[in-house]
Design a binder for this molecule. Sequence first.
Ligand code: 13P
Ligand code: SF4
Length: 346
Amino acid sequence: DADERTERIEAALEELGDDVVVLGHNYQRREIVEHADFVGDSYQLSKEAANADAEYVIFGGVTFMAESADIITDDDQTVILPSMEASCPMAGMAEALQVDSAWAEITDAAPDADIVPITYMNSYADLKAFCASQGGLVCTSSNAHKAFEYAFDKGDKVLFLPDKHLGENTAHRLGMEDEIVEWDPWDPEGKDAAEVAQRDIILWDGYCQVHERFREEHIDQIREDHPEANVVVHPECRREVVEAADVVGSTSTICETVANADSGETWAIGTEIHLTNHLQRWHPEVEVLPLCGEACMDCNAMRQIDPNYLTWVLEELVAGRERNVIEVAPEEKELAEVALDRMLEI
Ligand code: 13P
Ligand code: SF4
C-alpha cells in the first residue's frame, strides 16, 4: 500500500544518502515531488542536475529532460529515469532524421539565406546536436525570446522546432508575427519549401497534446463563473488562449505567480493538472482553479513515473544494480552540449 511504499522509498533514500539526488518536474505526481530534493521547471532542473554532486541523478520527468541531465552532468554521474515509457509526444514530433531532410529542402530553396535552427528543450539529444551543427541552439519556455534574438543576430531566418505554439507566441512577443509560417514538409496539401522560405520565422508543425486542448472558451467560462479570477497559462497553449490570459509563462513562472498572489485571490491555471493540484496544496490561502476539467489535462508521459517505479529503481541501486540508465551517445552528447551551452550563455 501507499504507506508501505513511502517507507520503502524513504529507507532506500536513507541507505543511498548523498549518492543520489532526486529531481522532480512540476508535473510529477504528488508522491514523486514529495520525495524530490528539487522540484522545478525543465530549465531549473537541468541547472540542478549540472550542480549535483551525487553519483546518481534520479529524474522524475520525461526522457528528453533525463537526456539533458546526462549531457550536462559529469561523466562519472549516472542519470536514471524510473520509467522508460515516459516520453513526451511533442519531442517525438520532430525526429532528427526528418528534420535533416526538411533542412536540405529548405536550404536548397533559399540558398542565400542564413537560417538558424532553434529547438525547444522538449526534443531529443540528436535534434539538439543537429541544431548545434547548423549554428543553432536550444531554448526553454522561459528564454525562447532570447534565443530568437540570438538567432536573428547571427542569421536572417529561424526554423523553430518542435512547438509551433511556443514559436508563434514568441514571435508575437517580439512583434514579428507577420513573419510566421507553419510548415509540415510531409503534408501533400501544405506549403512547399520555396513558399515557406519566403518568411523569416518557420514553425515546425509540432504541439503539446495537453496544452493544445485549452481553448478560449475555457477562459470565457472561468471569467463568467469567477469574475474575480486571474488566468495564468503556459506558452505551449494556442495563441488565442495566451492572448486571453492575464499572465503567460513557464511552469516556474506559474508557480511564482501563485506564490506571490495575495491571500484570497483566485487564479485559474492553464497547464498540466498535477501542477494545478500541487499549487492548491502549496497555497491554501489562494483559490486555485483548473482552467478546464481535470480529465483532459493530464500528461500521460509524466504520469508514467509511477511511485512504484521510483521504489524499484532506488531499491535496485541499494542492491548494487543500475536500472533504466539514460545515456546519450558520445558523438551526440558533445554537440548537444554546445546547443545547451549556447542557451545557458544567452
Ligand atoms: P517547463 O519548461 O515550463 O517546465 O515546461 C515543460 C513542459 O513539458 C511543458 O509541457
Ligand atoms: Fe510533453 Fe506536453 Fe507532457 Fe510537457 S505536458 S511533457 S510538452 S506532452
